[in-house]
Design a protein around this ligand. Structure first.
Ligand code: PLP
Length: 459
């Protein structure tokens, strides 16, 4: 401990010249180190009651500050929540071919908006459009920043100043403030509610059509299910009503998938092709939900309508970047051979992972976790249910296995959960019934996971 008088506080120059400061200067640069020293000295000055630390201690704080400042705030984590497509944890992980494509266009110039044949200005949409058409059978396609943007663009383009019919049972809110009534208002269209919360019939749509109607919209009730005395009008019946009135039917599929998932033993989720076959004029869906690609919103359907979307100036504000286009194309390519998707697309690989394999992973990790947590805390391997997430099939569970940590108290539980989050690659589990469950479905190779457990220290 040093002198208590502030006059004895070392100068910035003295600290900067100290030998302990030299490695910091080579790593972070002279100016950032100087700034950090100033901040640290100010901090010491602001607390006159405390002793003045030795120079080496001050420089240790300076180092902590610089290291902390240098760490990327966005970091990878282990998603052991059981929700594979977790919106807060970044949704789909991309396959290697997509990562390579992103790197290539990030490193080098590309023909993003350049037609290599004619040397004229090209359109970034075209890189994606033909493969989307090929896979979905749609007449045309466009892509924007996410599905919320896709819905906004469709409504603003086709229904500004006019009415849109939506069933009262489909006025959804998706986590993080995507609400159909709000997006409708921001798009400049008027929501006309049809039917009731639990029952909407085709005739309800027919009765609501008026000269003010611009389109009929059907929204996938992604994150909830209405059970009991319910009725939902068939898409094909609504399509017939829309077309009779010469209105487009737009289906917001949300997650949407390009292949029937039941072939992989997963619950059935409506496909984009199915929505088109039922008579939808436009279908909107996400790129990073069940599709397993980058964040994007894809709109497919009638060419005349897609051309109208493209001509809307808002499209320019919602357009995707070259990384998205590069990655999305690589992911879509995998759909040419759906049989191999579970091997090649991480999202489907994780969703279809056999329960025995997940159990084995849990058994491999269990002794290491038990050792890291110490004798007082029970760790067991137990069956647990995962889910797809991101609003796909919210009530269908995926049987898997996890590690259940049973602490003695709520306080201890919170402390363990926090310690897990403080690991170099933070571990995010699920808290349930006074236990922490780590669903290991997403740990495909346990070595790295086990290695970092050595750093787990319960204070
Ligand atoms: C998820 C979802 C959206 C929003 O999609 P983002 O890609 O997250 O913007 C919109 N509509 C439905 C029905 C959804 O499930």
């Amino acid at each position: 401990m040093g002198d208590r008088t502030l006059a004895s506080l070392p100068s910035v120059d003295r600290l900067l010249g100290a030998s302990a400061a030299q490695p910091l200067i080579s790593r972070f640069g002279r100016e950032p180190v100087k700034q950090a020293i100033r901040l640290t000295l100010n901090h010491i000055r602001s607390n006159p009651a405390a002793a003045i630390p030795a120079d080496t201690d001050i420089l240790a704080s300076v180092s902590d500050h610089l290291v902390n400042q240098d760490t990327a705030p966005l970091t990878t984590v282990y998603n052991l929540t059981g929700t594979v497509l977790h919106t807060n944890l970044g949704r789909a992980s991309l396959p290697e071919n997509a990562l390579a494509a992103i790197t290539a266009v990030a490193r080098n110039p590309s023909n993003l908006e350049f037609d290599l044949e004619t040397a004229a200005r090209g359109d970034r949409d075209r890189h994606i459009e033909s493969i989307v058409m090929e896979i979905t059978g749609a007449e045309a396609a466009t892509v924007v920043n996410n599905n919320a943007a896709a819905v906004l663009l469709v409504l603003n383009t086709l229904a500004q100043g006019q009415q849109v019919l939506v069933s009262r049972g489909e006025l959804i809110e998706i986590g993080g403030s995507f609400r159909i009534p709000d997006i409708m208002q921001r798009a400049g269209s008027e929501l006309k509610e049809v039917g009731t919360t639990n029952r909407t019939h085709a005739r309800d749509y027919a009765d609501a059509v008026s000269p003010q109607t611009a389109l009929i919209m059907k929204v996938h009730t992604s994150n909830y299910e209405i059970r009991g005395f319910t009725h939902e009008a068939q898409e094909s019946d609504i399509a017939a009503i829309a077309h009779e009135a010469e209105l487009p039917l737009v289906i917001d599929l949300g997650s949407g998938t390009l292949t029937d998932l039941s072939r992989f033993g997963l619950p059935r989720e409506p496909t984009v092709q199915g929505a088109l076959a039922n008579g939808a004029d436009l279908v909107t869906f996400s790129g990073d939900k069940l599709l397993g690609g980058p964040q994007a919103g894809i709109v497919v359907g009638r060419r005349d309508l897609i051309e109208q979307l493209r001509a809307n100036p808002i499209k320019r504000a919602l357009r995707v970047d070259k990384f998205t286009i590069a990655a999305l194309h690589e992911v879509l390519k995998l759909y040419r051979d759906p049989e191999t998707l579970p091997q090649r697309l991480p999202t489907l690989r994780l969703l279809t992972r056999p329960a025995e394999q997940i159990e084995q992973t849990a058994r491999d990790i269990e002794p290491h976790l038990a050792k890291a947590l110490g004798d007082d805390i029970r760790v067991t391997v137990s069956p647990c249910d995962g889910q797809i997430g991101s609003g796909a099939l919210p009530t269908d569970l995926l049987p898997g296995f996890g590690l259940t940590i049973k602490p003695g108290s709520e306080q201890q539980l919170q402390r363990i959960a926090k310690t897990l989050r403080e690991l170099p690659v933070p571990v995010i589990g699920r808290i349930s019934d006074g236990t922490i469950v780590l669903d290991v479905r997403t740990i495909e190779s346990s070595d790295d996971f086990i290695r970092q457990l050595a750093q787990l220290t319960l204070s």
